[in-house]
Design a protein around this ligand. Structure first.
Ligand code: 8YV
Length: 312
């Protein structure tokens, strides 16, 4: 009996095609009358393919009484209710590790671009301001600065190892101290007060929602910059905008936002903010590897009831 798979999106065309070759795939994002589809076919679905940004709505899971597994494209699982999955005996896989390098590279890129005002400099050279106004304003070196990392997981540690050769000192805040040579801070405010650059690489979800607030931004201070490659939900975006308006902090480099893809227009108006469209893992090489790992997890479940990279 061919397994029926519900794909909530096209993770990668080639990999969706691979899944369709082996399974009876239904592209939920392309079905007009979703409720009628679920009435008729919901009980046949035993696997779901989704992504970090689409997640798995619990009300949809309720319409899939025989769901066994969710294979997600991406490392974040803040949009998958793991407790609801556990209660239903549903297993979950993600695609960790293979995107760590590109995400860490993006974090370093945003850090340099923000500290050295790359976007301002590009405009200065491209627009003729250099001719009209002379040299661009001096920027800040990252050498000898303090990099405070919020969330020293795989990506956070990859960021640290990339930054140290550039002459930064690393400190971090997280659930607990790790066996690393970096300074652990007992509180986020203490880390922000110490840091020149506050780097967000923690998971999204309820536990980290809005933890970067007015108090933390004030602690980071007027020469401090914020870099976010975690989730938009981690930052109180209204507080960030107020801090940028009031020059409470010096700038920000952001890959993730509150209401993606609709970036707040005020945020987009600051020339000391570098914006990137949640593309930290967005390379052909990494997204192909992520797509393949989604396929491999699904096939492993189908063949032997096991997952390669399980979360639960
Ligand atoms: C997504 C991400 O994977 O992996 C994550 O958690 O946030 C991104 O890399 C990508 O945008 C596909 O949803």
């Amino acid at each position: 009996m061919t397994r029926s798979v519900l794909a909530l999106l096209d993770v990668r065309p080639a990999h969706t095609a691979m899944i369709a070759e082996r399974y009876d795939v239904h592209r939920f994002d392309q079905i007009e009358d979703k409720s009628a589809f679920l009435d008729e076919t919901g009980s046949k679905i035993t696997a779901v393919v989704t992504s970090a940004r689409v997640g798995m709505p619990v009300d949809l899971m309720d319409r899939l009484p025989n769901l066994e597994v969710i294979t997600s494209f991406g490392v974040g699982y803040d949009l998958i209710d793991l407790e609801a999955c556990r209660k239903r005996g549903v297993r979950v896989s993600t695609t960790p590790d293979i995107l760590t390098d590109d995400v860490a590279d993006t974090a370093i890129m945003l850090m340099h671009a923000t500290m050295r005002q790359l976007i301002v400099g590009d405009d200065w050279a491209r627009s003729g301001k250099w001719v009209k106004n002379g040299p661009m304003t001096l920027t800040r070196s990252i050498r000898d600065k303090k990099l405070g990392i919020v969330g020293l997981g795989r990506i956070g540690q990859a960021i640290a190892s990339r930054a140290i050769p550039s002459g930064v000192e690393v400190g971090y805040f997280g659930r607990s101290p790790k066996a690393v040579d970096y300074t652990f801070f007992e509180s986020l405010s203490a880390l922000a007060d110490w840091a020149d650059i506050l780097m967000l690489s923690c998971p999204g979800g309820d536990a980290t929602k809005g933890i970067i607030d007015t108090q933390v931004l004030s602690a980071l201070g007027s020469s401090g910059v914020l870099i976010n490659i975690a989730r938009g939900s981690v930052v109180d975006e209204a507080a960030l905008i107020a801090a940028l308006k009031g020059k409470v902090i010096a700038g920000a480099g952001l890959d993730v936002f509150d209401n993606e893809p609709n970036v707040d227009r005020t945020l987009a108006g600051f020339d000391n903010v570098v914006l990137y469209p949640h593309a930290a893992s967005g390379t052909v090489e990494t997204r192909d590897a992520m797509g393949q790992l989604v396929v491999d997890n699904l096939n492993a479940w189908d063949e032997r009831g096991a997952l390669i990279t399980p979360i639960i």
